[in-house]
Design a protein around this ligand. Structure first.
Ligand SMILES: N[C@@H](CCC(=O)N[C@@H](CS)C(=O)NCC(=O)O)C(=O)O
Length: 309
């Protein structure tokens, strides 16, 4: 079976979500450390434009977005499951955490005192580069200021704490679900912003639960360079089987553009080879990575006909 190759960097919350899911499923993985800011030529060689973190590579299949990566890991190793049958709202709750909760967790964690802790050790000129990169990535995407963000975060934390008190030890009862990982990576980020992390202590049910999630760990992983990962893509022959469902307005083999709809909306252009209610797959040819299949979930992405003018 081809290696699971995670392209990520240590301080990325969505990467931490994925590392913990790999730990939960006890799946061994290869770790490719990527830059936290653009340019990311080796990531783009694989994705064709998508720049967010993390990305999962299996041979010549490139999976964008952690909602899809989680499903791929579930298919690779179904037990323990991320989607317990008695927790049907785990997926929508995870989506809420990955968007609403994440946004206000970042607003809280990245207030000046928190940002200083998170970016500790990074030279001031690099911090400027980081700020400019994130401003460009967000473009005009609206984000609450600190007062609004803090109020919203406190509401969210109350709800999470109440859920854990009544239904714990995990968010949906006796076993972890995808929701635990999506909520945990947001609060992990706040914990790393140590001068402002005491907010979490106001919700006593949260600390022990977060400790439990983080204790799952990341399982066994070994480093790989991005050059090696691109060579793996170039050498891989087989691609995940895909089909284009009828009735969605797209034909197999047509040129399409796929892009995120929130932030980091850099388009990926390719030949449509797979489309379902869960996933869009495009084939593209890269001078270094060869022919790759790039996979996107349908939530949070838009697929359009043709290539941008
Ligand atoms: N919906 C995406 C969100 C990923 C995301 O926003 N990741 C952040 C890092 S935690 C990011 O891409 N930041 C910019 C970058 O790494 O270039 C997912 O679930 O993977």
């Amino acid at each position: 079976m081809s290696d699971l190759i995670l392209h990520h960097y240590p301080m990325s919350p969505f990467a931490e979500k994925t590392r913990l899911i790999l730990g939960f499923k006890q799946l061994a993985w290869r770790s490719v450390l990527i830059p936290p800011v653009m340019p990311k030529p080796d990531v783009i060689a694989l994705t064709g434009g998508y720049r967010k973190t993390p990305v999962l590579q299996i041979g010549a299949d490139i999976y964008c977005d952690t909602a899809l990566i989680a499903r791929v890991l579930e298919a690779r190793k179904p037990t323990p499951t991320l989607y317990p049958v008695d927790a049907p709202l785990a997926v929508p709750l995870a989506q809420w955490a990955d968007s609403s909760l994440f946004q206000v967790a970042v607003v809280w964690a990245m207030q000046p005192a928190g940002a200083q802790a998170i970016l500790a050790g990074i030279p001031p000129e690099q911090i400027k580069v980081f700020g400019a990169d994130r401003a460009a990535m967000r473009a005009n995407a609206p984000r609450p200021g600190l007062a609004d963000g803090a109020a919203q975060l406190r509401n969210h934390l109350s709800a999470i704490a109440a859920q854990l008190s009544r239904h714990g030890p995990w968010l949906f009862g006796a076993a972890p679900s995808i929701a635990d990982f999506s909520v945990a990576h947001c609060l992990w980020f706040i914990r790393r912003a140590s001068p402002v992390a005491a907010l979490l202590d106001e919700y006593p049910a949260i600390g022990p639960w977060l400790d439990r999630v983080l204790a799952i760990g990341h399982h066994a992983h070994t480093e790989m360079s991005s050059t090696q990962a691109i060579a793996v893509g170039a050498a891989a022959a087989g691609h995940a089987p895909a089909a284009v469902a009828s009735g969605q307005g797209f034909e197999p083999g047509e040129t399409v553009t796929v892009a995120a709809t929130d932030y980091g909306t850099d388009p990926v252009v390719g030949t449509l080879v797979g489309l379902s209610d869960d996933e869009a797959v495009v084939r593209r040819v890269d001078p270094r990575a060869g022919t790759v299949h790039v996979h996107f979930p349908r939530f949070g992405f838009q697929i359009r006909k043709g290539a941008p003018a």
